[in-house]
Design a protein. Structure first.
Length: 199
């Protein structure tokens, strides 16, 4: 995939931060979906495992400066991002607008919490339901999962239904821990995880 992306960037003369998206088949084949010519909401995962501030590097590109690092980025550890949305998983992840009563982010090493929300914030029904992104990094996947579960348990977030309980159940499930799952995970696990069951 990396070689394909490098070839595509050189062919079209692409100079910016961006994300090439692919679907991976069970047999190892992959299929191009799209190029998002911008930062993705998941960019902190890449930042945490590479140590590269992608936003800063994008500004360098815009200013006509050279990247500080070229070629394959160094990688270390395992990062997981959890999107916390104002949605009700028990009703098909329906949007759940309202007012945030209280929010207190989790803290500690390897925990990043990006949000625009504060106590009293009104969550409108007219925009994206994303409240925050919890991103954790650790030396390996099991430790990252444990850290994510601890951080979700420490998070205080009340006032609107959220996807937190669903995220906790998913992270704790054997299916997720195995790493052997597909984009049909939610449909396949419905009925097995209480937070995903229709109310």
């Amino acid at each position: 995939m990396e070689a394909t992306v490098e070839h595509a960037c050189r062919t079209i003369g692409y100079e910016n931060a961006g994300t090439f998206e692919f679907l991976l088949g069970a047999d190892g084949t992959f299929y191009f979906i799209e190029l998002n010519a911008r930062l993705q909401v998941e960019h902190p995962v890449s930042e945490l495992v590479t140590g590269i501030d992608i936003v800063h590097e994008q500004l360098r590109i815009a200013a006509g400066e050279r990247l500080r690092l070229t070629g394959r980025a160094p990688r270390g550890g395992h990062a997981i991002e959890i999107r916390l949305n104002a949605e009700d998983p028990s009703h098909g992840f329906a949007p759940a607008p309202g007012t945030i009563e209280r929010i207190r982010p989790p803290l500690g090493p390897g925990v990043r919490f990006d949000t625009h929300v504060e106590d009293g914030a009104v969550i409108s029904p007219y925009y994206d339901s994303l409240l925050a992104k919890l991103v954790v990094v650790a030396e390996d996947r099991p430790t990252a999962i444990a850290r994510a579960l601890r951080a979700l348990g420490e998070l205080e977030l009340s006032g609107v239904p959220t996807t937190r309980a669903a995220a906790q159940e998913i992270l704790a499930s054997d299916a997720f821990r195995s790493g052997l799952y597909t984009t049909s995970f939610i449909e396949e696990q419905e009925g097995r995880l209480p937070a995903l069951m229709a109310g």
